[in-house]
Structure formats: C-alpha cells, structure tokens
Design a protein around this ligand. Structure first.
Ligand SMILES: [Zn+2]
Ligand SMILES: [Zn+2]
Length: 309
C-alpha cells in the first residue's frame, strides 16, 4: 500500500429472509453464526490500519440498509459502558452494526418480502455512492483504494441483469474492485462483476469454514493478491459465466440478437428494437434459419430455442 493511500471496504451482506429461513429449517446454516464471522472479519480489517474505512450494507429482498455507519451519526457510546476490554473503536463499530442488524431482524417480513432474490444490485449502487462520497472528502494528496465485498446467499435474478451491468460499469470507471463470497448457488452476475473489476470470486465450498475463507481470501488487498500463490491459483481455476440476459424475457442466452444502435440483447429477432425503437429489416439469413427451426421446438420457451448458430 502506498503511503497516503486509504483503504475503503464496503461489505454487502445478503440477508434474504427466504434463503436463510430455508437453510435454518434444514439445519444447514444460521444467519447469526455467519454474521458473527463477518464481525470478526471486519474487526480484523480495521485492525490492519487505523485509517481503514468500513461500511456495512444489509441487502434484503426489497430494501438495502446501512448497518454501519448508522444513518444518524454522532451517537457514539463509550466502550466502558459495555464492561469489556475491547478497544473503543471496535466496540463502537461492533455495537452499531449489531444493534442495526437486530432492528432489521426484529422488523419481520411482509408478504412483498417473500422473494427468492435480494436487492444486490441496489446495495452495490449504494456502496458505490458511499465510496464516491468518501473519495470526494479526501484531501488532495490522499488517495483511496476502494473495494466492495458481496457476501451472497440467495439466487441470481435475471430481472436485475441491467441494473447489475450498470453497477459493474460504474465500479470499473471508479476503479472499485468487487469481491464476492458466494454461499448458495454460483452467481453468473457476480462472476462477471469480479472478472471485470479485477476482484476475487469465491464460492465457499464448506460453510463451516466461512470465517477462514474470509480471512485468508478477502482480508488481503487486491494489490497484494498478485503475489499470493493460493489466490492466483483460485483465480485461474474458475471459469466465468459470461451469458447475458435478454431484454425481452430476462432469460440468460448464449447467442442472441444485439441491437446495433443501443446494444440491447434479444433472444428472438424483432423488427423494432424495444429499447431505442430502431427499425430493422430481417436479413435473409435470419428468415431462413427461423423457417428451419419452426418445426422442432415449439413447446420450449422462447429463450431456449432462439440461439442462432
Ligand atoms: Zn428473450
Ligand atoms: Zn436498440
């Protein structure tokens, strides 16, 4: 790390009530245990340097909430009130995060919260805004190296594809690294985010070792990872799912039609681009291949029979 360079880390914790509820019922994972591990990880990060900045965002199914720093700043309490020997700074951070998390958990869920995905793209946008503000507040000779760590549990939602891509491009432009630690199924969107921003993507193979993965993989700054044998090996092992979601049905497609004006992706040929309303004449190639494929797969969904080789 260069002298005068500050580290900014925003941790996004996926608190999808549906995913964690199911895992808890199956006896596989409890959100509080993972949350405890995250607290230890965040304390370790703060311990690395006194200037390290931290923010924590909880990504719910319909909202994204800052657990730290709390929205109403200036309510710092003295560590002696907690009757333990923790450093004052850690005590303040831990207690703020824990109390906001408790409030969020005790708020309960409404019917509209019962979704299988979380607002990860929205939380990432919040994180980028926070990072942007922090970097604006720096003095002229200070620089910041910023990153976002997404701890993702719930499945991807193809409906978030567009906002996700916009967030990734914004992160790229602001030189913000996106790291992801995935607890559930592999996430194609986060794989792309990590690959495009130079971050680390890790699907935790054993959830019991969550803290160890956090400390060994994600505590290291992105700059220093190049020299780490373990991490470069992890990076070379995974392949990135670069499929895009079509703008018409939000399905992931390998081959599709791209509007030459606005770069929208479609799984089927459409004479008018629904995004920018450009009119296209179908080429003879498209018409031929459509006629050929009319017979075999009428029963399948529009997104599976549309790829044109
Ligand atoms: Zn489609
Ligand atoms: Zn277009």
């Amino acid at each position: 790390m260069d002298p005068g360079e500050q580290q900014v880390l925003v941790v996004i914790f996926d608190v999808s009530p549906v995913w964690w509820g199911l895992k808890s019922l199956q006896g596989q994972a409890h959100i509080t245990k993972f949350f405890d591990s995250l607290i230890i990880f965040m304390n370790s990060y703060l311990m690395l340097h006194s200037d390290n900045k931290l923010a924590v965002i909880a990504s719910h199914s319909t909202k994204s909430i800052f657990l730290y720093p709390p929205p109403q700043a200036g309510n710092e309490q003295n560590s002696s009130e907690y009757g333990d020997c923790r450093d004052k700074h850690f005590a303040v951070v831990d207690n703020a995060i824990i109390s906001s998390f408790k409030t969020l958990m005790s708020d309960g869920c409404e019917e509209k919260d019962m979704r299988s995905d979380s607002l990860i793209a929205g939380s990432m946008a919040n994180a980028l805004c926070y990072i942007h503000r922090i970097t604006q507040e720096l003095e002229s000779r200070e620089r910041a190296s910023s990153r976002i760590l997404v701890v993702k549990a719930a499945d991807d939602a193809a409906s978030q594809y567009m906002s996700f891509m916009n967030v990734i491009f914004a992160a790229q432009k602001e030189h913000v690294v996106v790291d992801s630690c995935v607890l559930g199924q592999d996430s194609g969107l986060l794989q792309q985010a990590c690959d495009m921003t130079g971050g680390l993507y890790l699907k935790v193979p054993s959830q019991y070792a969550f803290l160890q993965y956090l400390l060994t993989a994600f505590l290291t700054e992105p700059e220093l990872r190049k020299d780490s044998l373990v991490l470069s090996r992890t990076k070379s092992l995974h392949s990135v799912d670069y499929r895009a979601a079509c703008f018409c049905h939000r399905c992931l497609v390998e081959v599709g039609f791209v509007c030459s004006v606005c770069l929208s992706i479609f799984c089927q040929f459409s004479p008018i681009c629904s995004t920018c309303e450009t009119v296209f004449r179908p080429s003879s190639l498209v018409l031929k291949s459509r006629k050929k494929r009319k017979v075999p797969s009428r029963s399948s969904s529009p997104c599976t029979d549309a790829s044109i080789k």
